[in-house]
Design a protein around this ligand. Structure first.
Ligand SMILES: NC(=O)c1ccc[n+]([C@@H]2O[C@H](COP(=O)([O-])OP(=O)(O)OC[C@H]3O[C@@H](n4cnc5c(N)ncnc54)[C@H](O)[C@@H]3O)[C@@H](O)[C@H]2O)c1
Length: 92
């Protein structure tokens, strides 16, 4: 898939530790995006995703009311202005 024009943008990827999420994170970082990766366990995400200054690791449960404020406050509120959201975790 061709991706272009994403350099300098901020994307939010939930389920960022998972197989699909981590692949999306890696691709967006390679395109020059800042990526706010969101998953339940920060250390697991650091292991799954490439080490990159553009990656903001956020431990939050996005299925809870508490998860969204954590996301909005992350990185001093910069993440809140993310332009793209990739939702990779399943709701049950
Ligand atoms: N892998 C496939 O072939 C495939 C095919 C079709 C659809 N899907 C769907 O795509 C999505 C991602 O697939 P995958 O293979 O990467 O799954 P995965 O299980 O490897 O990853 C899902 C990630 O979401 C995280 N997560 C779950 N609930 C969360 C929550 N409440 N808050 C934050 N993070 C949470 C998990 O910790 C995990 O890291 C899933 O919904 C899956 O059902 C996958």
């Amino acid at each position: 898939m061709k991706l272009s024009g994403l350099a300098g943008r901020t994307a939010i990827v939930t389920g960022a530790t998972g197989g699909i999420g981590a692949a999306i994170v890696a691709r967006l970082l390679a395109e020059g995006c800042t990526v706010a990766g969101v998953d339940l366990d920060a250390e697991a995400m650091r292991r799954a995703c490439p080490e990159n200054a553009g990656l903001i690791v956020i431990a939050a449960d996005v299925s809870t009311e508490g998860g969204l404020p954590i996301l909005c406050r992350a990185d001093g509120g910069k993440v809140r202005r993310g332009r793209y959201v990739c939702q990779q975790c399943r709701y049950s």
